[in-house]
Structures are given as C-alpha cells and as structure tokens.
Design a binder for this molecule. Structure first.
Ligand code: AMP
Length: 284
C-alpha cells in the first residue's frame, strides 16, 4: 500500500489503472479505523480493481463547538489496518492540500440536509458534500462506498452525484455493530466504561421500534413513544428519534412501505447516531 499526500501524486498514481481500464473504488473516511471502515474497504476490494481510501478529518464539517481537535487520530495504526484489508492507496493529505489559501467554493445541499443531523449540526452536510465532491473529482472512482450508519450522509451523497452529474456509483454498506448492538463509531472511543454500557440504549430503541411495527403498530408517534421508553432505563435521552421517509427524510405519521427510524443521543462525552430501515408490506 502506498500512502499519498498530494493531489498531483494521487492523480499520477491512478493514471495507469485508468488508462488500462481497471476499475477504481474509493472509501472516504476520517480515520480511527474500526470494523465498520474495514467492511467498506473489503467490499471495495471485492468489487473494484484498485482501492483508494482517503483519510482526512475534514474541518469544514465540524462546527466551532464540535470535537475537531479532539477527534481520534492515529495514522500509523490506520495504515496498518488499511494495508491488511488490501487497500492499494491511502490518500492522507494535509488540510491545506484540500483547502489552500483563497478557497471559497462550496457545495450547498437542499432539503435533505435540513432535518435530523442537519438541525443539530448546521452547515455539517455542506462540509461533507464539499469534501466528498472534491474527493470524487480527485480520484474519479467507478464506485464510492459509504456506511448505512450515516444514512443521511449517504442519501445526500447520492443526491449530490445526481445533481452535479458526477459519474460514480454510490454503494451503501450495512452498519457493523459491536456484539451488544452498539454501532461501531470512531466516537465510541470517547466512552468511559459506564457510558459504554449505557450506549446500548440506541440499539435497544431501534429494536423496540422494529418489534412494535412487526406486532402491527402503524402509528408513528406510538412507535416513537415505545422506542423512547426503551431508552429510559439507561438514562439516555435522544436528541431526536424520528420515523421518516427512507428516501426524502420527511416525517411520516403512519408506517407504510419503507420507513427509516433515525436517532441521535448524547451519552456522556460522546454524541452517537444510529438508524434502522423498517419495511412493511404496505398494508395500513
Ligand atoms: P467516518 O470515518 O466516521 O467518516 O466514516 C467513514 C465511512 O465509514 C462512512 O461512510 C461511514 O458511514 C462508514 N461507517 C462508519 N461507521 C460504520 C459502521 N459501524 N458500519 C458501517 N459503516 C460505517
């Protein structure tokens, strides 16, 4: 595996593959790799000829109050994990390579960026959309891989590539979880042991939502109430817990067809998110 720091070097490294008609896969990340990241790398390895992983803690997607400076970083460990997953190129540029002096063009996302994470983190998705657009432009991948855990991000990336006519297929991969159900996240590293135990509340809420719908509940507010109740014993209060349309993220009153249950909660020092897709047969 080759570690590359500049856009010029990256383009030069990918040119032969492109010329030979080999497919390129891109996995954009912010590092601090866990099994969720590795699953994306493995999927890229299985489905494309040359696998590029970008490792860039993107400052423009963090608000001034957020954890940019504290975000876990260990490039040497990440490089070992990526090499072990069969990655060909680790693209780990410094901040001024992506945002040089005078930078002033951004990608602004519409309605999909407004609810859920968008309400809690104003500007976050414009930062994500901008850096992903830049990475897609630098790498020119055939396929880019994203995780279902960040479902709003995945929907927004799909929207951006459609709206800006970027020729790439976006593949969304399932959420990888700890044995107790907690979605793997770089931010889990912030959790002291007592909070780590309470963090399972998010998955329990999703379990209860799924069970309620499986038992025939179709009223969204009843499903939300049951799911919120499941978090009470852990002393975890959701920032949001919502049933929304899986395509538009608009709130739904009734569970009908495919709906998304999305939630975020602060557990001790960490802000965690999770979601599940629920499919009914469409009967009211
Ligand atoms: P991050 O480094 O947190 O920006 O994540 C990089 C990519 O990994 C994103 O597409 C995430 O959605 C994905 N990802 C993060 N956690 C998981 C997980 N537990 N399972 C699957 N994909 C994940």
């Amino acid at each position: 595996m080759k570690t590359i720091r500049t856009i010029a070097e990256l383009r030069a490294a990918l040119a032969p593959a492109r010329r030979d008609g080999r497919t390129i896969g891109l996995v954009p990340t912010m590092g601090a790799f866990h099994a969720g990241h590795v699953s994306l790398m493995q999927r890229a390895r299985e489905t494309t000829d040359l696998v590029v992983v970008s490792l860039f803690v993107n400052p423009t997607q963090f608000a001034p109050t957020e954890d940019l400076s504290a975000y876990p970083r260990d490039e040497a460990r990440d490089a070992e994990i990526a090499a072990g997953a069969g990655v060909d190129v680790l693209f780990a540029p410094p901040v001024d390579e992506l945002y040089p002096d005078g930078f002033q063009t951004t990608v602004q996302v519409g309605a999909l960026a407004e609810p859920l994470e968008g309400l809690q983190r104003p500007g976050h998705f414009d930062g994500v959309a901008t850096v992903v657009t830049k990475l897609l432009s630098m790498v020119g991948p055939d396929v880019a891989f994203f995780g279902q855990k960040d479902v709003q991000q995945a929907l927004i990336v799909r929207r951006v590539v459609r709206d800006l006519d970027i020729p790439v297929r976006i593949e969304v991969c399932p959420t990888v979880r700890e044995p107790d159900g907690l979605a793997m996240s770089s931010r889990n590293a912030y959790l002291p042991p007592a909070d780590r135990e309470r963090a399972v509340a998010l998955r329990r809420a999703l379990d209860v939502a799924e069970t309620a719908v499986a038992a025939g509940e179709r009223d969204a507010s009843a499903v939300v109430a049951a799911a919120r109740g499941a978090m009470d014993p852990y002393g975890v209060e959701p920032e949001y817990l919502a049933l929304v349309c899986a395509d538009t993220l608009a709130p739904v009153d009734r569970v009908n067809g495919q709906v998304l249950v999305a939630l975020a909660a602060r557990v001790g020092p960490a802000r965690l998110i999770d979601n599940t897709l629920i499919q009914t047969n469409g009967r009211p």
